[in-house]
Design a protein around this ligand. Structure first.
Ligand SMILES: Cc1ncc(COP(=O)(O)O)c(C=O)c1O
Length: 451
Protein backbone atom coordinates (compact mmCIF):
# COMPACT_ATOMS: atom_id res chain seq x y z
CA UNK A 1 0.00 0.00 0.00
CA UNK A 2 1.25 3.50 -0.79
CA UNK A 3 1.95 5.71 2.22
CA UNK A 4 0.57 9.23 2.55
CA UNK A 5 3.57 11.52 2.40
CA UNK A 6 2.81 14.80 0.70
CA UNK A 7 6.37 16.08 0.83
CA UNK A 8 7.96 12.99 -0.65
CA UNK A 9 5.06 12.49 -3.11
CA UNK A 10 3.08 9.26 -3.44
CA UNK A 11 4.79 5.87 -3.64
CA UNK A 12 4.56 3.70 -6.76
CA UNK A 13 1.99 0.89 -6.51
CA UNK A 14 1.62 -2.60 -7.98
CA UNK A 15 -1.42 -2.96 -10.21
CA UNK A 16 -2.86 -5.88 -8.19
CA UNK A 17 -2.58 -3.93 -4.92
CA UNK A 18 -4.63 -0.97 -6.07
CA UNK A 19 -7.79 -0.77 -3.99
CA UNK A 20 -7.41 -4.38 -2.98
CA UNK A 21 -8.61 -5.86 0.28
CA UNK A 22 -5.59 -5.89 2.60
CA UNK A 23 -5.72 -8.98 4.83
CA UNK A 24 -2.46 -7.91 6.49
CA UNK A 25 -4.28 -4.86 7.89
CA UNK A 26 -6.48 -7.23 9.91
CA UNK A 27 -9.79 -8.97 9.31
CA UNK A 28 -11.77 -6.56 11.52
CA UNK A 29 -15.48 -7.20 11.07
CA UNK A 30 -14.92 -9.49 8.08
CA UNK A 31 -17.98 -11.37 6.80
CA UNK A 32 -18.03 -15.20 6.93
CA UNK A 33 -17.61 -15.29 3.09
CA UNK A 34 -14.53 -13.09 3.29
CA UNK A 35 -13.01 -15.16 6.08
CA UNK A 36 -13.64 -18.34 4.08
CA UNK A 37 -11.94 -16.91 0.96
CA UNK A 38 -8.87 -15.77 2.88
CA UNK A 39 -8.67 -19.12 4.69
CA UNK A 40 -8.74 -20.95 1.35
CA UNK A 41 -6.53 -18.75 -0.85
CA UNK A 42 -4.27 -17.15 1.74
CA UNK A 43 -1.73 -14.59 0.57
CA UNK A 44 -2.65 -15.12 -3.11
CA UNK A 45 -6.12 -13.57 -2.56
CA UNK A 46 -6.52 -10.44 -4.73
CA UNK A 47 -9.96 -9.20 -3.72
CA UNK A 48 -11.15 -5.77 -4.79
CA UNK A 49 -12.16 -3.12 -2.26
CA UNK A 50 -11.38 -2.57 1.39
CA UNK A 51 -14.70 -4.30 2.00
CA UNK A 52 -15.04 -6.84 -0.82
CA UNK A 53 -18.36 -7.29 -2.60
CA UNK A 54 -20.01 -10.72 -2.87
CA UNK A 55 -21.59 -10.91 -6.32
CA UNK A 56 -24.23 -13.41 -7.38
CA UNK A 57 -25.34 -12.51 -10.91
CA UNK A 58 -24.90 -10.02 -13.74
CA UNK A 59 -26.65 -8.93 -16.92
CA UNK A 60 -25.68 -6.31 -19.50
CA UNK A 61 -23.78 -3.53 -17.70
CA UNK A 62 -25.02 -4.43 -14.23
CA UNK A 63 -23.83 -6.77 -11.48
CA UNK A 64 -25.94 -7.81 -8.51
CA UNK A 65 -24.54 -8.46 -5.04
CA UNK A 66 -25.69 -11.01 -2.46
CA UNK A 67 -27.40 -8.22 -0.49
CA UNK A 68 -29.43 -7.25 -3.58
CA UNK A 69 -27.50 -4.05 -4.34
CA UNK A 70 -26.92 -3.42 -8.07
CA UNK A 71 -23.63 -2.08 -9.43
CA UNK A 72 -23.00 -0.46 -12.80
CA UNK A 73 -19.87 -2.26 -14.01
CA UNK A 74 -17.30 0.26 -15.28
CA UNK A 75 -14.41 -1.98 -14.31
CA UNK A 76 -14.56 -5.34 -16.05
CA UNK A 77 -13.48 -5.42 -19.69
CA UNK A 78 -13.93 -9.20 -19.97
CA UNK A 79 -17.76 -9.32 -20.34
CA UNK A 80 -17.37 -6.71 -23.06
CA UNK A 81 -20.47 -7.56 -25.12
CA UNK A 82 -22.43 -7.38 -21.85
CA UNK A 83 -22.61 -9.73 -18.87
CA UNK A 84 -24.37 -13.04 -19.59
CA UNK A 85 -25.09 -12.04 -23.18
CA UNK A 86 -27.91 -14.42 -24.25
CA UNK A 87 -26.23 -15.28 -27.57
CA UNK A 88 -22.92 -16.27 -25.90
CA UNK A 89 -24.78 -18.23 -23.22
CA UNK A 90 -26.87 -20.11 -25.83
CA UNK A 91 -23.96 -20.95 -28.14
CA UNK A 92 -21.70 -22.12 -25.30
CA UNK A 93 -24.50 -24.19 -23.78
CA UNK A 94 -25.36 -25.76 -27.11
CA UNK A 95 -21.74 -26.63 -27.88
CA UNK A 96 -20.89 -28.07 -24.46
CA UNK A 97 -23.90 -30.35 -24.76
CA UNK A 98 -22.66 -31.55 -28.15
CA UNK A 99 -18.86 -31.90 -28.03
CA UNK A 100 -15.91 -30.54 -26.11
CA UNK A 101 -12.51 -31.99 -26.91
CA UNK A 102 -8.94 -30.85 -27.52
CA UNK A 103 -7.70 -29.55 -30.87
CA UNK A 104 -6.03 -32.79 -32.00
CA UNK A 105 -9.17 -33.56 -34.01
CA UNK A 106 -10.63 -31.66 -36.93
CA UNK A 107 -13.80 -29.83 -36.00
CA UNK A 108 -15.72 -27.35 -38.13
CA UNK A 109 -16.76 -25.16 -35.16
CA UNK A 110 -13.08 -24.56 -34.34
CA UNK A 111 -12.01 -24.01 -37.95
CA UNK A 112 -14.88 -21.66 -38.68
CA UNK A 113 -13.80 -19.58 -35.68
CA UNK A 114 -10.12 -19.59 -36.71
CA UNK A 115 -11.13 -18.31 -40.17
CA UNK A 116 -13.28 -15.55 -38.64
CA UNK A 117 -10.60 -14.50 -36.16
CA UNK A 118 -7.87 -14.48 -38.81
CA UNK A 119 -10.00 -12.20 -40.95
CA UNK A 120 -9.64 -9.55 -38.23
CA UNK A 121 -5.83 -9.36 -38.69
CA UNK A 122 -3.55 -8.00 -41.39
CA UNK A 123 -2.99 -10.69 -44.06
CA UNK A 124 0.61 -11.31 -43.02
CA UNK A 125 -0.45 -12.54 -39.57
CA UNK A 126 -2.03 -15.67 -40.97
CA UNK A 127 -1.34 -18.20 -38.19
CA UNK A 128 -3.37 -18.23 -35.00
CA UNK A 129 -2.56 -20.18 -31.82
CA UNK A 130 -5.26 -20.42 -29.14
CA UNK A 131 -4.61 -20.75 -25.42
CA UNK A 132 -6.48 -20.21 -22.16
CA UNK A 133 -4.99 -17.02 -20.71
CA UNK A 134 -3.32 -13.81 -21.82
CA UNK A 135 -0.27 -14.84 -19.79
CA UNK A 136 0.15 -18.02 -21.83
CA UNK A 137 -0.27 -16.09 -25.08
CA UNK A 138 2.41 -13.59 -24.04
CA UNK A 139 4.67 -16.40 -22.82
CA UNK A 140 4.53 -18.03 -26.24
CA UNK A 141 5.01 -14.67 -27.98
CA UNK A 142 8.21 -13.97 -26.03
CA UNK A 143 9.51 -17.47 -26.80
CA UNK A 144 8.71 -17.03 -30.51
CA UNK A 145 10.63 -13.75 -30.42
CA UNK A 146 13.61 -15.45 -28.76
CA UNK A 147 13.94 -18.10 -31.47
CA UNK A 148 13.40 -15.56 -34.26
CA UNK A 149 15.92 -13.03 -32.94
CA UNK A 150 18.44 -15.32 -31.28
CA UNK A 151 18.34 -12.98 -28.27
CA UNK A 152 16.51 -12.61 -24.98
CA UNK A 153 16.61 -8.83 -24.39
CA UNK A 154 13.11 -7.44 -23.82
CA UNK A 155 11.86 -3.85 -23.61
CA UNK A 156 8.65 -3.07 -21.67
CA UNK A 157 7.02 0.06 -20.32
CA UNK A 158 7.83 0.93 -16.73
CA UNK A 159 4.47 0.01 -15.26
CA UNK A 160 3.54 -2.81 -17.61
CA UNK A 161 1.59 -5.89 -16.64
CA UNK A 162 1.66 -8.78 -19.13
CA UNK A 163 0.74 -11.79 -16.99
CA UNK A 164 1.76 -14.37 -14.45
CA UNK A 165 4.02 -17.08 -15.90
CA UNK A 166 7.66 -17.15 -14.88
CA UNK A 167 8.87 -15.59 -18.14
CA UNK A 168 6.09 -13.01 -18.14
CA UNK A 169 6.31 -12.00 -14.46
CA UNK A 170 9.92 -11.14 -15.27
CA UNK A 171 8.75 -8.62 -17.87
CA UNK A 172 5.88 -7.21 -15.76
CA UNK A 173 7.32 -4.44 -13.57
CA UNK A 174 3.87 -3.82 -12.12
CA UNK A 175 3.74 -7.36 -10.68
CA UNK A 176 7.14 -7.27 -9.01
CA UNK A 177 7.23 -6.28 -5.36
CA UNK A 178 10.51 -6.73 -3.54
CA UNK A 179 12.54 -8.21 -6.36
CA UNK A 180 13.61 -6.11 -9.31
CA UNK A 181 13.60 -6.83 -13.03
CA UNK A 182 16.14 -9.32 -14.36
CA UNK A 183 19.16 -8.01 -16.29
CA UNK A 184 17.71 -8.86 -19.73
CA UNK A 185 14.67 -6.59 -19.23
CA UNK A 186 14.87 -2.81 -19.73
CA UNK A 187 11.97 -0.41 -19.20
CA UNK A 188 10.91 2.74 -21.04
CA UNK A 189 8.66 5.48 -19.68
CA UNK A 190 5.08 5.28 -20.91
CA UNK A 191 4.27 7.84 -23.59
CA UNK A 192 3.34 11.13 -21.94
CA UNK A 193 -0.06 12.64 -22.55
CA UNK A 194 1.08 16.21 -23.02
CA UNK A 195 2.64 17.78 -26.07
CA UNK A 196 2.32 17.65 -29.80
CA UNK A 197 2.04 14.47 -31.81
CA UNK A 198 5.59 14.73 -33.12
CA UNK A 199 7.14 15.21 -29.75
CA UNK A 200 5.41 12.15 -28.27
CA UNK A 201 6.32 10.06 -31.30
CA UNK A 202 9.95 11.21 -31.27
CA UNK A 203 10.34 11.03 -27.50
CA UNK A 204 8.96 7.51 -27.32
CA UNK A 205 11.18 6.34 -30.21
CA UNK A 206 14.19 7.91 -28.49
CA UNK A 207 13.38 5.97 -25.30
CA UNK A 208 13.26 2.74 -27.29
CA UNK A 209 16.59 3.56 -28.96
CA UNK A 210 18.22 4.14 -25.57
CA UNK A 211 16.74 0.92 -24.19
CA UNK A 212 18.14 -1.08 -27.12
CA UNK A 213 21.56 0.46 -26.48
CA UNK A 214 21.26 -0.36 -22.78
CA UNK A 215 20.51 -4.03 -23.56
CA UNK A 216 23.58 -4.13 -25.81
CA UNK A 217 25.71 -2.53 -23.11
CA UNK A 218 24.55 -5.25 -20.71
CA UNK A 219 25.44 -7.94 -23.25
CA UNK A 220 21.88 -9.02 -24.12
CA UNK A 221 20.89 -9.30 -27.76
CA UNK A 222 17.67 -7.37 -28.38
CA UNK A 223 14.72 -9.70 -28.94
CA UNK A 224 11.43 -7.81 -28.61
CA UNK A 225 9.51 -4.76 -27.54
CA UNK A 226 6.15 -5.69 -26.04
CA UNK A 227 3.50 -3.16 -25.13
CA UNK A 228 -0.17 -2.98 -24.31
CA UNK A 229 -1.47 -0.92 -27.23
CA UNK A 230 -3.35 1.45 -24.90
CA UNK A 231 -0.82 1.32 -22.03
CA UNK A 232 -3.56 0.54 -19.54
CA UNK A 233 -1.56 -0.30 -16.42
CA UNK A 234 0.75 2.64 -17.19
CA UNK A 235 -2.26 4.97 -16.92
CA UNK A 236 -4.05 4.77 -20.34
CA UNK A 237 -2.23 6.56 -23.17
CA UNK A 238 -4.00 6.43 -26.53
CA UNK A 239 -3.33 9.66 -28.36
CA UNK A 240 -2.42 10.89 -30.82
CA UNK A 241 -3.07 7.87 -33.04
CA UNK A 242 0.13 6.97 -34.88
CA UNK A 243 2.56 7.87 -32.10
CA UNK A 244 3.93 4.30 -32.00
CA UNK A 245 5.08 4.36 -35.62
CA UNK A 246 8.60 5.65 -35.15
CA UNK A 247 9.25 3.47 -32.11
CA UNK A 248 8.22 0.35 -34.02
CA UNK A 249 10.47 1.34 -36.96
CA UNK A 250 13.31 1.62 -34.47
CA UNK A 251 12.54 -1.85 -33.06
CA UNK A 252 12.49 -3.42 -36.52
CA UNK A 253 15.67 -1.67 -37.68
CA UNK A 254 17.46 -3.08 -34.65
CA UNK A 255 16.33 -6.64 -35.59
CA UNK A 256 13.77 -6.97 -32.79
CA UNK A 257 10.15 -8.07 -32.91
CA UNK A 258 7.17 -5.95 -31.94
CA UNK A 259 4.62 -7.82 -29.83
CA UNK A 260 1.28 -6.00 -29.58
CA UNK A 261 -0.47 -7.00 -26.35
CA UNK A 262 -4.16 -6.57 -27.18
CA UNK A 263 -5.39 -8.37 -24.07
CA UNK A 264 -6.98 -5.13 -22.82
CA UNK A 265 -7.69 -2.86 -25.82
CA UNK A 266 -8.56 -5.54 -28.41
CA UNK A 267 -11.96 -6.60 -29.74
CA UNK A 268 -13.29 -3.13 -30.68
CA UNK A 269 -13.00 -1.41 -27.29
CA UNK A 270 -11.13 1.64 -28.60
CA UNK A 271 -13.91 2.36 -31.09
CA UNK A 272 -11.54 3.60 -33.81
CA UNK A 273 -10.41 0.12 -34.76
CA UNK A 274 -10.82 -3.52 -33.82
CA UNK A 275 -7.25 -3.60 -32.41
CA UNK A 276 -5.33 -0.96 -30.49
CA UNK A 277 -2.25 -1.29 -32.73
CA UNK A 278 -4.37 -0.51 -35.80
CA UNK A 279 -5.05 2.98 -34.38
CA UNK A 280 -1.32 3.55 -34.62
CA UNK A 281 -1.03 2.15 -38.14
CA UNK A 282 1.83 -0.16 -37.16
CA UNK A 283 2.54 -3.76 -38.12
CA UNK A 284 3.17 -6.16 -35.23
CA UNK A 285 5.12 -9.39 -35.64
CA UNK A 286 2.96 -11.03 -32.98
CA UNK A 287 -0.41 -9.94 -31.57
CA UNK A 288 -1.60 -11.42 -28.29
CA UNK A 289 -5.19 -11.33 -27.08
CA UNK A 290 -7.40 -12.59 -24.26
CA UNK A 291 -9.84 -11.08 -21.75
CA UNK A 292 -12.89 -10.04 -23.89
CA UNK A 293 -12.28 -12.78 -26.47
CA UNK A 294 -14.83 -15.22 -24.97
CA UNK A 295 -16.88 -12.69 -22.94
CA UNK A 296 -15.87 -14.56 -19.78
CA UNK A 297 -15.21 -17.99 -21.22
CA UNK A 298 -11.46 -18.45 -20.51
CA UNK A 299 -9.75 -18.12 -23.86
CA UNK A 300 -6.78 -16.27 -25.33
CA UNK A 301 -4.35 -16.57 -28.20
CA UNK A 302 -1.91 -15.01 -30.57
CA UNK A 303 -1.61 -14.25 -34.28
CA UNK A 304 1.72 -14.22 -36.05
CA UNK A 305 3.54 -14.81 -39.32
CA UNK A 306 3.82 -18.51 -40.31
CA UNK A 307 7.62 -18.42 -40.61
CA UNK A 308 8.04 -17.12 -37.06
CA UNK A 309 5.80 -19.85 -35.66
CA UNK A 310 7.50 -22.52 -37.79
CA UNK A 311 10.93 -21.48 -36.51
CA UNK A 312 9.71 -21.82 -32.89
CA UNK A 313 7.98 -25.17 -33.51
CA UNK A 314 11.17 -26.60 -35.08
CA UNK A 315 12.78 -26.31 -31.66
CA UNK A 316 9.94 -26.81 -29.19
CA UNK A 317 6.72 -28.78 -29.27
CA UNK A 318 3.66 -26.72 -28.40
CA UNK A 319 0.19 -27.93 -27.43
CA UNK A 320 -2.55 -26.75 -25.08
CA UNK A 321 -5.10 -29.27 -23.81
CA UNK A 322 -7.89 -26.74 -23.39
CA UNK A 323 -6.78 -23.92 -25.72
CA UNK A 324 -9.10 -23.42 -28.69
CA UNK A 325 -11.52 -26.25 -27.84
CA UNK A 326 -14.94 -26.27 -29.54
CA UNK A 327 -16.70 -24.59 -26.60
CA UNK A 328 -14.10 -21.79 -26.59
CA UNK A 329 -14.55 -21.50 -30.35
CA UNK A 330 -18.34 -21.23 -29.92
CA UNK A 331 -17.91 -18.50 -27.30
CA UNK A 332 -15.36 -16.65 -29.45
CA UNK A 333 -17.54 -16.87 -32.55
CA UNK A 334 -20.56 -15.56 -30.65
CA UNK A 335 -18.47 -12.61 -29.43
CA UNK A 336 -17.31 -11.73 -32.96
CA UNK A 337 -20.85 -11.98 -34.30
CA UNK A 338 -22.39 -9.91 -31.51
CA UNK A 339 -19.74 -7.18 -31.95
CA UNK A 340 -20.63 -7.01 -35.66
CA UNK A 341 -24.42 -7.40 -35.40
CA UNK A 342 -24.87 -4.96 -32.53
CA UNK A 343 -22.33 -2.53 -34.04
CA UNK A 344 -20.46 -2.41 -30.74
CA UNK A 345 -17.33 -0.80 -32.18
CA UNK A 346 -19.45 2.17 -33.28
CA UNK A 347 -21.18 2.19 -29.90
CA UNK A 348 -17.81 2.25 -28.13
CA UNK A 349 -16.81 5.27 -30.21
CA UNK A 350 -20.09 7.08 -29.67
CA UNK A 351 -20.59 6.42 -25.94
CA UNK A 352 -16.86 6.93 -25.28
CA UNK A 353 -17.00 10.37 -26.93
CA UNK A 354 -20.09 11.22 -24.90
CA UNK A 355 -18.46 10.25 -21.59
CA UNK A 356 -15.22 12.02 -22.51
CA UNK A 357 -17.04 15.25 -23.38
CA UNK A 358 -18.98 15.17 -20.10
CA UNK A 359 -15.83 14.41 -18.09
CA UNK A 360 -13.91 17.22 -19.78
CA UNK A 361 -16.75 19.53 -18.82
CA UNK A 362 -16.53 18.25 -15.24
CA UNK A 363 -12.78 18.96 -15.31
CA UNK A 364 -13.47 22.64 -16.02
CA UNK A 365 -15.37 22.78 -12.71
CA UNK A 366 -13.13 20.53 -10.59
CA UNK A 367 -9.40 21.28 -10.74
CA UNK A 368 -8.58 17.91 -9.20
CA UNK A 369 -9.21 16.32 -12.61
CA UNK A 370 -5.83 16.77 -14.27
CA UNK A 371 -6.62 14.98 -17.52
CA UNK A 372 -9.25 12.92 -19.32
CA UNK A 373 -7.82 10.74 -22.08
CA UNK A 374 -8.21 7.47 -23.94
CA UNK A 375 -10.11 6.05 -26.90
CA UNK A 376 -13.63 4.67 -27.25
CA UNK A 377 -14.75 2.95 -24.08
CA UNK A 378 -11.24 2.81 -22.62
CA UNK A 379 -10.66 6.09 -20.81
CA UNK A 380 -8.37 7.31 -18.05
CA UNK A 381 -9.30 10.06 -15.58
CA UNK A 382 -6.15 11.37 -13.94
CA UNK A 383 -6.65 12.85 -10.48
CA UNK A 384 -4.27 15.33 -8.88
CA UNK A 385 -3.99 17.72 -5.97
CA UNK A 386 -6.24 20.77 -6.48
CA UNK A 387 -4.91 22.84 -9.36
CA UNK A 388 -1.59 20.94 -9.47
CA UNK A 389 -1.77 18.67 -12.51
CA UNK A 390 1.76 17.37 -11.92
CA UNK A 391 1.01 16.19 -8.37
CA UNK A 392 -0.79 12.83 -8.45
CA UNK A 393 -3.41 12.15 -5.79
CA UNK A 394 -3.85 8.38 -5.36
CA UNK A 395 -5.83 8.91 -2.18
CA UNK A 396 -8.41 10.93 -4.06
CA UNK A 397 -8.57 8.08 -6.61
CA UNK A 398 -9.11 5.59 -3.77
CA UNK A 399 -11.77 7.84 -2.27
CA UNK A 400 -13.49 8.08 -5.66
CA UNK A 401 -13.38 4.30 -6.19
CA UNK A 402 -14.88 3.59 -2.77
CA UNK A 403 -17.35 6.49 -3.01
CA UNK A 404 -18.53 5.20 -6.38
CA UNK A 405 -18.89 1.75 -4.88
CA UNK A 406 -21.21 3.21 -2.24
CA UNK A 407 -23.18 4.84 -5.07
CA UNK A 408 -23.43 1.56 -7.01
CA UNK A 409 -20.64 1.94 -9.59
CA UNK A 410 -17.58 -0.30 -9.94
CA UNK A 411 -14.37 1.25 -11.24
CA UNK A 412 -10.63 0.67 -10.81
CA UNK A 413 -7.34 2.58 -10.95
CA UNK A 414 -4.12 2.44 -12.95
CA UNK A 415 -0.89 4.34 -13.44
CA UNK A 416 2.35 4.36 -11.53
CA UNK A 417 0.77 5.94 -8.46
CA UNK A 418 -2.73 4.54 -8.90
CA UNK A 419 -4.20 8.02 -9.43
CA UNK A 420 -5.84 7.36 -12.82
CA UNK A 421 -9.38 5.98 -12.82
CA UNK A 422 -9.82 3.35 -15.56
CA UNK A 423 -13.16 3.59 -17.41
CA UNK A 424 -13.94 0.26 -19.12
CA UNK A 425 -17.69 -0.52 -19.21
CA UNK A 426 -19.25 -3.13 -21.53
CA UNK A 427 -19.27 -2.04 -25.17
CA UNK A 428 -23.06 -2.36 -25.17
CA UNK A 429 -23.33 0.61 -22.76
CA UNK A 430 -26.38 2.86 -23.19
CA UNK A 431 -26.30 6.65 -23.02
CA UNK A 432 -28.43 6.51 -19.88
CA UNK A 433 -25.84 4.25 -18.22
CA UNK A 434 -23.03 6.55 -19.39
CA UNK A 435 -24.82 9.48 -17.73
CA UNK A 436 -25.42 7.54 -14.52
CA UNK A 437 -21.66 7.01 -14.28
CA UNK A 438 -20.71 10.66 -14.86
CA UNK A 439 -23.42 11.95 -12.50
CA UNK A 440 -22.37 9.58 -9.73
CA UNK A 441 -18.70 10.43 -10.23
CA UNK A 442 -19.48 14.15 -9.98
CA UNK A 443 -21.51 13.49 -6.84
CA UNK A 444 -18.70 11.38 -5.35
CA UNK A 445 -16.01 13.98 -6.04
CA UNK A 446 -18.12 16.79 -4.66
CA UNK A 447 -18.43 14.77 -1.43
CA UNK A 448 -14.64 14.52 -1.01
CA UNK A 449 -13.18 17.75 0.39
CA UNK A 450 -10.20 19.17 -1.53
CA UNK A 451 -7.03 18.62 0.52
C1 LIG B 1 -2.18 -6.10 -20.81
C2 LIG B 1 -2.33 -7.47 -20.21
N1 LIG B 1 -1.68 -8.50 -20.77
C3 LIG B 1 -1.80 -9.75 -20.28
C4 LIG B 1 -2.55 -10.02 -19.17
C5 LIG B 1 -2.62 -11.42 -18.62
O1 LIG B 1 -3.83 -12.02 -18.94
P1 LIG B 1 -4.39 -13.23 -18.05
O2 LIG B 1 -4.73 -12.71 -16.70
O3 LIG B 1 -5.56 -13.75 -18.85
O4 LIG B 1 -3.30 -14.26 -17.98
C6 LIG B 1 -3.25 -8.97 -18.55
C7 LIG B 1 -4.10 -9.22 -17.36
O5 LIG B 1 -4.53 -8.36 -16.64
C8 LIG B 1 -3.13 -7.67 -19.08
O6 LIG B 1 -3.76 -6.63 -18.52
Amino acid sequence: MAQKNRDAGPAARQILDMNAFDAAAGMGAASPSLKRRIANVGAAAVLFYREPIEVVSARGSWMTAADGKRYLDFYNNVPSVGHSHPRVVADVTDQIARLNINTRYLNSVVDRYLDALKAKFPDALSNVVLSCSGSEANDLAVRIAATASGGTGIIVTENAYHGNTSIISDISPSALKRRGLPDHVVTVAAPAHAGQRNSIENAFAAHIERAIAELERRGHKFSAFICDSIFSSDGVYADPPGFLRKAIDTVHKAGGLYIADEVQPGFARTGDAFWGFARHDVMPDVVTMGKPMGNGFPMAGLATRPELLARFCEETGYFSTFGGNPVAAAAGMAVLEVIAEERLQDNALEKGAHIKARLKDLATKDDRIADVRGAGLFLGIELCRPGHAAEPDPELASGAINGLKDRGVMIGAAGRFGNTLKVRPPLSLSEEEADIFVDRLADTLSGIPAS
